[in-house]
Design a protein around this ligand. Sequence first.
Ligand code: MLT
Length: 352
Amino acid sequence: MAGSKKQGQAWQAGGGNAVRTRANVAPWRWMALAALGAAVTLTLPPARAADAYPAKPITMVVPFAAGGPTDVVARTMAAAMSKTLGQSVVVENRLGAGGTVSAAYVAKAAPDGYTILIHHNGMATAPALYSKLSYKPLTDFSFVGQVADVPMTLLGRHDLPAKTLPELITYIRQNQGKVNLANAGLGAVSQLCGMLFQKAIGVELTAIPYQGTAPAMTALLGSQVDILCDQTTQTLPHIKADKVRLYGVTTSSRIKALPETSTLAEGGLKGFEVKVWHGIYAPRGTPPAVIDRLNGALRTALKDPAVAARLADLGAEIVPEDKQTPEGLRTWLKSEIEKWSPIIKAAGVKAD
Ligand code: MLT
């Protein structure tokens, strides 16, 4: 019968070198062998994929300029994850359009675990900012896990006359149309923070976009721009060296790295809060066994005392273990899309 011949062939394939046919095997043995064959068929390919992975260097795509805050977190994680994975994790900075160039690139990469993305809140804000986004953050990626949260700081050039937040607000009001604010493009957290600041004070500033806050910081240090909102992973050394004016931290409470510094909410901008979070992604369809390897390397990296010390030095806080999982990242991203989309729509900010 055609049906049983087909079943016999399937069983033979599942049983590897077996040459017996279904007809000459007792029914209970056939059932047991078929079950074993099915189990082997189902479990071997991913197990083999995990054993073989990674067989070559992995590329970690970073959406912003080298030397900037996202890049610092990426390089710290890449170096630590490569120890567990036994292969180099090579950082590649793919710049443009507030992080969406990199995300689009990884969404379309081969789902084999050799191209991964590290990104921040920009994954959640891009859908509201870009009506023609070529990827869907929630469905075009496989999720690896979250890494760390980073506070931001509102800074001014060192020679700006305003020394405190109230003085800055007065200065901006008195110099409308003359004060500018650097950012890393629409989709960057520096832009998000700047947008909330402008809404809070009710004054529009001139935006000067860069390909990352590393070049934006260089411009601020050289007094070519007036204000920059940026992550402590880049700003702490400049704050400590007194090379910039510091107006406050963007988190809802003060941070360990700058205990004397008020939050912007304390300074009068009620409810102001931006915290940057980072996640690692792979293209949708990456085999679960490969995601397991990447997630294991991520979690091992976050337990490494050297990584913890480096991140703490930069004001970053490693996320709790339940957020370090693929589901932890997916759930968080969904909640962030739901949080930021109405805020961005209400602000009327659009990239296209
Ligand atoms: C941002 O503003 O989104 C990033 O911090 C930019 C960067 O990492 O350079």
